[in-house]
Design a protein around this ligand. Structure first.
Ligand code: DOR
Ligand code: ZN
Ligand code: ZN
Length: 402
């Protein structure tokens, strides 16, 4: 592997924007300095644009095995790279679901085609697979579906859920309303870390404000931040997802929670389904999100609705810390060279036919957004630059103790 020098990178150091050079060696950041005098084999001029740690998306559905007509690791990871995402954590509701160590191993092999770094959430089964959960190594969490979802992964038995928490590294939950309160209670009883996916309701946020502790983390999705029930009519099947879109009042409460720190991370819940499926009489739940998550947030930054440092916390620093992703989430020597160069002034329309996801549609089709990734670097390799994608294979993440 060769060295890469990222020149003229704008970064925030001690709250102030400064220009730095970033030297990358063997896929790792080796130096960040005002001046670096080396003859690196490759140079990339950031042209004074902001460089942020690559986005870590803790919540994607890449559909392999069994559902790869909707997405696969190749198309999904290309979509990620185009959206400034350098690491994804994949969900277990594939076919068959990731309920056993053997199936996890199979998934690992499938993911080796990915051009962004990757990790996995292990699945919890209503048929009690806790013996497999205990054996699983190198997973981000156990995902528990406490509300029904795509695939047959619903777990309702509270005693079983308690057992799942007890034997897991940490738990990631799809839990709405009462189920969310149950998850919080069980997290406290078992003293296990809990990541609550896609919180949506003002009343859930009010509950969490009282009940949340330092072992609990909350996610917001871009679709719940930028769409509401008033968009449902226009979007029809393309606005159907779980949790469903909520009111404008809930959406405002979610934004307040994002800016006040109650929300810890933004996850895309990238859940592709085919165009025909979404146009059918009974559309499956789920929307794409990888390619538009960062641009939507950057557009919000340009509209002064969020700060850039808050975006970095929500999209990389916190996900790395929450899931204990080794050497990720910061632009510092020793960290993996996963970076995103931003063009904060670029205005571009989201177009279905320009997306890289296999399903080729987005609920944000037609939106004009200001602020797009200019280049995406994964393990020191440029995988996306000004519209072009380069197929360089990435790696599975490693974990620190949490
Ligand atoms: O909308 C959703 N789609 N919610 C989920 O919980 C699952 C996801 C999917 O896999 O399609
Ligand atoms: Zn979910
Ligand atoms: Zn999901």
């Amino acid at each position: 592997m060769t060295r890469l020098l990222v020149r003229n990178a704008r970064m925030v150091v001690k709250g102030r924007p400064v220009i730095r050079q970033i030297l990358i060696d063997q896929g790792r950041i080796s130096r960040v300095a005002v001046r670096i005098k080396v003859d690196a084999e490759r140079n990339l001029n950031a042209e004074g644009n902001f460089v942020i740690p690559g986005v870590i998306d803790p919540h994607v559905h890449f559909r392999e095995p069994g559902l790869n007509h909707k997405e696969d690791w190749m198309t999904g990871s290309r979509a990620a790279a185009a959206g400034g995402v350098t690491t994804v954590l994949d969900m277990p509701n594939v076919k068959p679901p990731t309920f056993t160590v053997k199936r996890l191993q199979k998934k690992r092999a499938l993911a080796s085609t990915s051009i962004v770094n990757y990790g996995f959430h292990f699945g919890a089964s209503a048929q009690d697979n806790t013996s497999e959960i205990r054996k699983a190594r190198g997973v981000a969490s156990t995902k528990v579906y406490m509300n029904s979802t795509t695939g047959n992964l619903l777990v309702e038995d509270i005693e079983l859920i308690r057992k799942i928490f007890s034997c897991s590294r940490m738990v990631t939950a799809h839990a709405e309303e009462q189920q969310l309160e149950d998850a919080v209670r069980i997290s406290k009883e078992t003293n296990k870390r809990l990541y609550l996916c896609h919180v949506t309701l003002a009343k859930e946020l009010a509950f969490l404000k009282r009940a949340k502790n330092r072992h609990m983390f909350c996610e917001a999705t871009p679709h719940h931040l930028f769409l509401s029930s008033k968009d449902e009519k226009k979007l029809r099947g393309f606005g159907m997802m779980k949790p469903v879109l909520k009111s404008e009042k809930d959406r405002r409460a979610l934004w307040a929670a994002v800016n006040r720190g109650l929300i810890d991370a933004v996850g895309s819940d990238h859940a592709p389904h085919l165009l025909d499926e979404k146009k059918s009489a009974a559309p499956p739940s789920g929307v794409t999100g990888l390619e538009t998550m960062l641009p939507l947030l950057l557009d919000a930054f340009n509209k002064r609705n969020i700060s850039l440092s808050r975006i970095v916390e929500l999209t990389s620093r916190n996900p790395a810390r929450i899931f204990g992703l080794r050497n990720k989430g910061s632009i510092s020597p020793g960290y993996d060279a996963d970076l995103c160069i931003l063009d904060l002034n670029m205005k571009k329309k989201v177009r279905n036919d320009e997306l890289h996801t296999k399903c080729g549609w987005s609920p944000f089709d037609g939106w004009i957004l200001k602020g797009w990734p200019m280049a995406t670097i994964v393990n020191g390799n440029i995988v996306f630059e000004k519209g072009d994608i380069f197929d360089i294979k990435a790696k599975e993440v490693e974990y620190d103790e949490v």
